[in-house]
Design a protein around this ligand. Structure first.
Ligand code: GUN
Length: 292
């Protein structure tokens, strides 16, 4: 069994980007600039956004963090997005999700200029991805493709079972794994909460990618010998022995499942760290005008 080290892979990708940024700077060019909009004080979101800004600083990007109370109106938020769309300093920006209930998330995402949508959430980028055109890929699926590629895992003709159909992970992942490209060329089954007899599908899987957020969902009896298991779940569970009061758990019963796998991601330290590396990759591509 080989552990897929997302932390190390993320660091390697960020070092590669930092070298490119240094080369841009040495030639007197404009370094990439990422802006992040954060509404409210949700613990997870604050941590994620702070980590994104720290990553920018580490690799030499410019960054702007824009924070609002969760009482901000939709109009105020849309006005800021309009400003960012038209700010030549900003190559790409993200609006951290989830947003408060009184704000229409779809309207917010659609108001982002697809050229600056480094999250890859805008319908134009989703559509371009589905059509096989150049697009910003959402960070988590793109990070998983990088893991598969850098560990040279064979995906050609394999049966890949994706669990969870979110717009951010499961749905795009299922599409990308089916594409005629490497990593991809897989036969894909997309399972979700309405799937009858989930184990029937997972037992046939050469590759399992689970993005549900239910600790212990994938047990040892559900996994074929030699399978590749990618765990996107990150659920905070109470843990009094930790300073934070919680620890992260994936969807996979790791201790029981790992010995059966050819490759498996740990939680934490698997897929999670890669999302930042892929956001930085998209921001660099935005600055280099590689997509549009
Ligand atoms: N919330 C959870 N994941 C993400 C992400 O990748 N981007 C944004 N903007 N919000 C998120």
């Amino acid at each position: 069994m080989t552990l897929l080290d997302g932390k190390q892979t993320s660091e390697t990708i960020q070092e590669e980007i930092a070298r490119e940024v240094e080369a841009i700077r040495a030639k007197g060019g404009k370094v990439p600039h990422l802006a992040a909009v954060l509404v409210g004080n949700d613990g997870g979101s604050v941590t994620y956004v702070n980590n994104k800004v720290l990553a920018c600083e580490r690799i030499g990007f410019g960054s702007t963090l824009i924070r609002y109370e969760d009482t901000i109106t939709e109009e105020e938020l849309l006005a800021k997005i309009d400003e960012l769309n038209n700010d030549d300093m900003v190559d790409g920006f993200i609006v951290q999700l989830p947003l408060p209930k009184h704000i229409n998330t779809e309207r917010v995402i659609e108001s982002i200029d697809p050229k600056k949508d480094v999250d890859g959430f805008h319908p134009t980028n989703v559509g371009r991805m589905v059509a096989g055109l150049n697009a910003y890929l959402p960070a988590t699926p793109a990070g998983i493709l990088q893991l598969l590629k850098r560990y040279e895992i064979d995906t050609d003709g394999k049966h890949c079972v994706v669990i969870g159909r979110s717009n951010i992970v499961g749905s795009p992942m299922s599409i990308l794994m089916a594409k005629a490209a490497y990593p991809g060329n897989s036969t894909v089954t997309l399972c979700h909460r309405n799937t009858v007899d989930l184990p029937y599908y997972t037992r046939q899987a050469d590759i399992i990618i689970t993005a549900v957020g239910r600790p212990g969902l994938i047990t040892e009896d559900m996994v074929k010998e030699g399978a590749v298991v990618i765990d996107v779940g990150t659920t905070r569970v109470p843990d009094a022995s930790r300073k934070s009061g919680y620890r992260l758990r994936g969807d996979v019963d790791f201790d029981a499942v790992a010995p059966k796998c050819s490759y498996i991601t740990p939680v934490p330290g698997g897929v999670g760290p890669l999302t930042i590396a892929m956001l930085m990759t998209n921001t660099l591509r935005a600055a280099k005008k590689e997509v549009y």
